[in-house]
Design a protein around this ligand. Structure first.
Ligand SMILES: [Zn+2]
Length: 411
């Protein structure tokens, strides 16, 4: 690399590569028709692993304010994700006996997809969301939303207004935080004395073992193991007292944290078990991360083998979905309209636009029934069961599904 970068947690110089995916555009920068003749900025998608704390991370190439203040991702567009959120709310209310006297705060609350379920139970909520367009939709649902980035400054502001969280949660936000120390410090400040923090994020063990390299993108600055997150939380006076391995996003962790000084919580056995599982896999050593690159290259070769032979046999292939992960995959593998005619997405914000870099057009899902393709290539493979169900009718014309990760599979 041309300049030395430093670990965003411990400050050590970064010089070990976990995986290098070459140059890629920002994966949420969908191209509209009037931008067609313009260039697109590409940034290195080069992931390092810190050889001191083993935090896997990307450099911050772009200002988060450029990425997250007008965001195209609306959580409510996935039925599975809504179901997952509703179940989570029921579990938390039950586990921690939450009621009208408590306050639930969600960081990166998006369009209120989750907090709405606490509201239904008359539990006070506060969302914190930097993207104005997304926060507006939350407000329309009755979810009070502060349009801000979260960190120590925002936390202090809330504490000054006598707001402290009994449940403080953040799903799929930790990875997107450039200054992880400031963020975790802010959570510590905002947490009530016996409050609980829960956070969900993709587990690096699943990413590496299932070849989920397409979940790497510029908007995701960090990739956590239980080992690394426990170190980070501990450095800020927070104790992880429980953890669950959950299937979302190809395999995630849900961690439960409290103040180190809070003796009302007991440490669940799952904490010890996961530490042991990670240690056996080698998560606390460099080799585990360095081996990843070869697997990624092989996954790309296998996928291209399939696509080339399908096209040589005259088959038509279209995409389903326009998620960030799809853009990493397509750009890294060099898959454009030479392989995939178009893709579709339920999100109207994306329809009529083009995927960044590959410029594959995005249409309404109805297009699939009109063109009857031989293959539907599922880009958000983490929702593959839901999508295969929704599109069961492609079987009528002999259509099949392609799932690219962990390696190309035809269903
Ligand atoms: Zn480090």
């Amino acid at each position: 690399m041309s300049q030395k970068s430093h670990c965003r947690f411990c400050g050590e110089t970064l010089h070990k590569t976990c995986v290098d995916l070459g140059m890629s555009p920002l994966c949420e920068s969908y191209i509209s028709a009037d931008q067609w003749n313009q260039m697109e900025p590409f940034y290195p998608l080069h992931v390092y692993v810190c050889d001191k704390c083993f935090l896997v991370q990307l450099d911050e190439y772009v200002n988060p304010e450029d990425i997250f203040t007008e965001y195209a991702y609306f959580s409510s567009f996935s039925d599975d994700w809504l179901k997952h959120s509703k179940k989570y709310v029921e579990k938390m209310v039950d586990m921690f006996s939450l009621d009208q006297k408590n306050l639930v705060v969600e960081v990166a609350s998006n369009d209120g997809y989750l907090l709405q379920y606490f509201l239904e139970k008359d539990i006070p909520v506060l969302g914190i969301e930097p993207a104005k367009n997304v926060a507006k939709i939350a407000e329309e649902k009755g979810v009070t939303t502060l349009v801000k980035f979260f960190g120590e400054e925002t936390a202090t502001e809330l504490v000054d207004q006598d707001k402290k969280a009994d449940l403080l949660l953040g799903n799929n936000v930790l990875a997107q935080v450039p200054d992880i120390n400031d963020f975790v410090k802010g959570m510590k400040s905002l947490l009530n004395s016996q409050g609980v923090i829960t956070m969900e994020f993709p587990h690096i063990m699943c990413l590496i073992e299932e070849n989920q390299f397409d979940t790497i993108y510029h908007e995701h600055f960090s990739y956590f193991s239980f080992y690394s997150i426990e170190k980070i939380f501990s450095a800020h006076g927070l104790l992880l007292f429980d953890v669950e391995e959950i299937p979302t996003h190809g395999g995630s962790l849900r961690i439960y944290a409290c103040h180190k000084s809070d003796d009302s919580k007991s440490i669940n056995r799952r904490v010890k078990d996961l530490r042991k599982k990670e240690s056996l896999a080698g998560v606390d050593g460099l080799d585990y991360y360095i081996r990843f690159q070869e697997n990624v290259i092989e996954t790309k070769r296998k996928l291209l083998d399939f696509l080339i032979s399908a096209k040589r046999n005259g088959k038509s292939i279209v995409g389903y979905g326009a998620p960030g992960k799809g853009n990493t995959l397509l750009n890294y593998c060099g898959i454009r309209t030479d392989f995939i005619d178009y893709t579709v997405d339920r999100n109207p914000y994306k329809q009529g636009k083009y995927l960044p870099g590959t410029r594959i057009p995005i249409y309404d899902p109805a297009m699939i029934n009109d063109t009857k393709p031989d293959y539907v290539f599922i880009l958000p493979w983490n929702f593959k069961d839901e999508i295969i169900n929704q599109l069961a009718n492609i079987r009528e014309w002999g259509g099949k599904f392609v799932v690219p990760i962990p390696e190309v599979t035809i269903i």
